[in-house]
Design a protein around this ligand. Sequence first.
Ligand code: IPE
Ligand code: IPE
Ligand code: MG
Length: 257
Amino acid sequence: MKKNSISEDILKSIDQNRLPKHIAIIMDGNGRWATKKGLPRTAGHKRGMDTVDMVVTKSRDLGIKVLTLYAFSTENWRRPEKEVNFLMRLLKTYLIIQRKKMMRNNIKFNVIGRIQELPAIIRKEIEKTVKITSGNTALTLNIALNYGGRVEIIDAVRKLFKDLLAVKKDLNATDLVNSIDEETISNYLYTAGFPDPDLLIRTSGELRVSNFLLWQIAYSEIYITDTLWPDFSETDFYMAVLDYQKRDRRYGGVKSI
Ligand code: IPE
Ligand code: IPE
Ligand code: MG
């Protein structure tokens, strides 16, 4: 009861006209949450799913247009096989259970990362979810899966290079090379068509980006909280948005008055 009224008070102080369009989150601290409680790391991942559910719902209710969640990095394959398998199974269950809710809440589902390297059973659920939610318009939920900022850049360069080779007969090499600008690179990334994140949240207090959206976060506002992901509450989420609204985004210029 008390908890609800705190989050409602904070919600009221959020300026609806200055909402971040795109929020990206490094959901970290599941393992430590579980270890602290004497539980296996997998119990932390399971509880972390409740937080995923909460941020998706609250983002949608708030009017955020894009939410990108870092769920599995290209480096996370280094974890014990049992943990990796658990995470894959959890994702599959999440998709099956949440599909209906995404339809009810007008949420469009999308994935970023090297999806082709994921187990076929997961790809099948992803494809199904992407397809049925493709007409939804309120919030786009991007899940970063087998995602790495560096492989994203490699994939973009490879694709761009291929496309340039295909048109090279019609243009001279210098014109071709000089035609590459910031927009070109953005358009070849997995996030093509999405605005860059305005706000990047990381839980569990780690002061690093861990290979997440390296190009896209060039001018994102960063919010780091010590709270572990399974403990990250509605109030914590609103606090991050409120903190963002206090920032002065200068983009290298001078203070806007
Ligand atoms: C984040 O929690 C979830 C994933 C990376 C899949 P962690 O599993 O990294 O938890 P910690 O950082 O070990 O506590
Ligand atoms: C980043 O968390 C990846 C995800 C949240 C999916 P990690 O726990 O893998 O990052 P490091 O190892 O602390 O940098
Ligand atoms: Mg971690």
